[in-house]
Design a binder for this molecule. Structure first.
Ligand SMILES: Cc1cc2nc3c(=O)[nH]c(=O)nc-3n(C[C@H](O)[C@H](O)[C@H](O)COP(=O)(O)OP(=O)(O)OC[C@H]3O[C@@H](n4cnc5c(N)ncnc54)[C@H](O)[C@@H]3O)c2cc1C
Length: 364
């Protein structure tokens, strides 16, 4: 079913809670019939897709903009083997509901992503990640409506070209727009603990093991032998998130505003020596070498050490326990204030470290 509304404020449909006028909001619940019809009428041309609105910033009123919003919410479990189950979720399914549902079914794959706001459609575009896991680890395929071919196309996981908060869906020209309609996941029946994130490993070992073992593998073996379930991991992750991040129901934000910068090792050396030369500096610069030999820096650390934590613009400020998050602190911030604050942070980090932050949040 298609539902059309003119001149709509998207404030309540985004987690930032900022005023965001769009000319036309189009909701659809049945991709197979609704999208070809909207395409025939030219309504998809130049449109933008809004999922759960948890990673979007509408920077200015957009009276000429059409916003497409999937509201299909089916979940289907199929083809169970000894090791895996295939789960297909419609784009409008809330990611955290899906995490809960799959954890309740004792399936492994989404537990570390518990508590991330937004829909599975948006998550497949952004390749969300947290606590040592990324959605792409579990993706089998993604089915989209293509504005280029005027039909449905299924992308295998390889076709999705997943990277850090990146996918093929983020690199389409306007006339090639892809609307994610459903996401198929391959989840594991057999235990598959992901302990790559130190804080999660520590918290799980504290609760469910005799202590932390010397090796990562020994921890996995002990926790598995002790029967740690996907639901236990989910609950631990949610508790960790609650201690650090603003609750979307109380404080508006779009989560991490900036991506962690990825630089070459040559660039890393330059940043380190520049930082080490600073008078009185006693904090070593944290980084992590990725599998392709690049260095990933911590944007939160750079923002903190560049002295940005106290920056604010009107109602927009940084979340004190996680300075990577710009929040709508007063509840009546504007997009203009958020953008001003974003620019001030980028400038300050650049002047202290010579590193340019890029936003994770999609600007419209
Ligand atoms: C408090 C908080 C905590 C967060 N924590 C995390 C975290 O730990 N890890 C993390 O990775 N992210 C995190 N995020 C960011 C955000 O939740 C994710 O990026 C989320 O997956 C976005 O999904 P969404 O449905 O809200 O997408 P939206 O914000 O609506 O859209 C994001 C992008 O995807 C596109 N899009 C959305 N749906 C579709 C579709 N069906 N077809 C085609 N394009 C589409 C949009 O056009 C836009 O470009 C957090 C956000 C908040 C507010």
């Amino acid at each position: 079913m298609i539902r059309l509304r003119e001149n709509t404020d998207l404030k309540e449909m985004t987690t930032f809670g900022l005023p965001a006028l769009c000319g036309r909001l189009v909701e659809f619940s049945d991709p197979e019939t609704d999208l070809p019809e909207l395409d025939r009428q030219g309504i998809l041309d130049g449109a933008v897709v809004l999922g759960g609105g948890s990673n979007m910033l509408f920077t200015a009123p957009a009276p000429d903009l059409t916003v497409i919003h999937p509201v299909n919410t089916g979940v289907r479990f199929s083809s169970r083997t000894e090791d895996t189950v295939i789960v297909t979720a419609d784009a409008g399914v809330t990611l955290d509901d899906l995490c809960r549902q799959t954890c309740e079914s004792r399936l492994w794959g989404l537990e570390n992503l518990s508590g991330i706001p937004g829909h599975i459609g948006g998550a497949a575009v952004q390749n969300v990640g947290a606590y040592g896991a990324e959605l792409s680890d579990a993706v089998e395929s993604v089915t989209c409506y293509s504005l280029k071919s005027h039909g449905f196309v299924t992308f295998t996981k390889d076709d999705c070209r997943y990277g850090y908060r990146d996918s093929v869906f983020k690199h389409q020209h306007q006339d090639e727009m892809l609307i994610v309609c459903r996401v198929t996941l391959r989840l594991r029946v057999t235990p598959d603990l992901k302990l790559g994130y130190k804080g999660l490993r520590d918290a799980l070992c504290e609760k469910f093991a005799s202590g932390k073992n010397a090796s990562f593998q020994a921890d996995i073996e002990e926790l598995t032998a002790n029967g740690v379930s996907p639901m236990a991991v989910r609950e631990t992750v949610v508790a960790l998130r609650d201690s650090k991040l603003p609750a979307p129901s109380e404080t508006g934000s779009a989560g991490s505003f900036f991506k962690n910068p990825v630089v070459t090792t040559g660039e890393l050396e330059r940043v380190i020596s520049h930082w080490n030369e600073k008078e009185g500096n006693t904090h070593p610069l944290p980084y992590h070498i990725t599998s392709d030999g690049m260095a990933k820096l911590s944007a939160a650390w750079l923002i903190d050490k560049a002295g940005c934590k106290t920056l604010a613009e009107g109602g927009a400020a940084l979340w004190q326990s996680q300075p990577l998050v710009i929040v709508n602190l007063t509840g009546d911030a504007t997009a203009e204030e958020v953008v001003k604050l974003e620019k001030a942070i980028i400038r300050q980090v650049e002047s202290v470290f010579g590193v340019t932050l890029s936003p994770e949040v999609i600007h419209i």
